[in-house]
Design a protein around this ligand. Structure first.
Ligand SMILES: CC(C)(COP(=O)([O-])OP(=O)([O-])OC[C@H]1O[C@@H](n2cnc3c(N)ncnc32)[C@H](O)[C@@H]1OP(=O)([O-])[O-])[C@@H](O)C(=O)NCCC(=O)NCCSC(=O)C[C@@](C)(O)CC(=O)[O-]
Length: 290
């Protein structure tokens, strides 16, 4: 499981979340047993003000051994800042649709890939693994449905550039299992299944069904966010990520031990929902006994 709450979960919050709350959230998530936490984002603070304190967050956490604290980096400037802050891994991000790419990172897909090449080269000299995100892997808010072939092309390009893991983002949360399977089939012709991750938003309540389908297809890396926090500023109408508590519940039911303490995770989801004054987006979080 790759935990998204501190980054994808908080980047779109309307009021600025105090750095101390972000730090406590990350420490609590690590305490729950999560082993990869996307902790910060080194993007332009003019574009995403909520993530402007990435340096303070990454340097402020008490680290647990064995936990990867990663950060989102759109360019070399972001990578250098992430390295200075002590990120263990970074992630680049582009999209399968031109319009979303333009809205999100102000460039074309081709130019985004060209921008990532020197970033990957520098990351390699620091022995830092680079994850690659493909947003709009099913639908784009500006262009509508995206073909599996388009997703496979971009995923393949990221893989060829040296990304060690490719996360396929249902940015709008509109996907259903049949389309997910078609998309995964196309992408897995280009990138080994073991290096693919799925990243579902839950706008239409389909995320767990999609994850189950993806697991059956061989996917083993799942992005999720405690309390279902999340949303991309450039995906209007999209709701949060699938809730981590709900994913752990699903996995436990399947006999898969994710190494996460469900009770601690539920308490963390309740705590952060209270801190943000938000409805808890996890069904498991709501149903779990006090
Ligand atoms: C990519 C840029 C920077 C291009 O933005 P730009 O304006 O085209 O960049 P630029 O190179 O022309 O630079 C303009 C200014 O930004 C600064 N700048 C430039 N780079 C950085 C940096 N790394 N850190 C800090 N500052 C930076 C740079 O220094 C300069 O500052 P100025 O001279 O004007 O004062 C911008 O579009 C941006 O930051 N976009 C980020 C958008 C974002 O964070 N979106 C949300 C994350 S993606 C997501 O949520 C989807 C995902 C991953 O979860 C999967 C899914 O669900 O689909």
């Amino acid at each position: 499981m790759v935990e998204m709450a501190p980054r994808d979960g908080l980047q779109h919050e309307a009021s600025l979340v105090p750095t101390a709350v972000k730090i406590e959230l990350i420490e609590r998530l690590a305490h729950c047993g999560l082993r990869h936490i996307e902790a910060a984002s080194f993007v332009s603070p003019k574009w995403v003000p909520q993530m402007a304190d990435g340096q303070a967050v990454l340097t402020g956490i008490k680290r647990q051994p064995g936990v990867i604290y990663s950060a989102l980096t759109p360019n070399l400037q972001g990578l250098k800042a992430a390295l200075a802050a002590g990120a263990d891994q970074v992630a680049v991000f582009t999209a399968a649709s031109e319009s979303f790419c333009q809205h999100n990172i102000n460039t074309s897909i081709a130019d985004s890939l060209a921008r990532f090449a020197p970033l990957l080269a520098l990351a390699k000299t620091h022995n830092i693994a680079v994850r690659g995100y493909v947003s709009t892997a099913l639908d784009c808010p500006y262009e509508g449905p995206i073909t599996p072939a388009a997703v496979a092309r971009v995923a393949s390009a990221l893989y060829q550039l040296g990304c060690t893991e490719i996360s396929l983002g249902d940015t709008l949360g509109t996907g259903t299992p049949k389309r997910v399977l078609a998309m995964l089939h196309a992408v897995s012709q280009e990138v080994p299944m073991a290096q693919l991750a799925v990243h579902f938003h839950d706008s239409y309540g389909q995320a767990l069904a999609n994850i189950y389908a993806a697991l059956e297809q061989g996917i083993r890396i799942i992005d999720s966010s405690v309390a279902g926090l999340g949303g991309c500023p450039y995906a209007p109408g999209a709701s949060g990520n699938v809730a981590s508590e709900d994913v752990v519940y699903l996995l436990q039911g399947l006999g898969v031990h994710a190494g996460v303490n469900q009770d601690d995770l539920v308490q963390t989801g309740r705590w952060i929902s209270q801190q943000l004054g938000r409805h808890n987006g996890s069904k498991t979080g709501l149903a779990w006994p006090e």
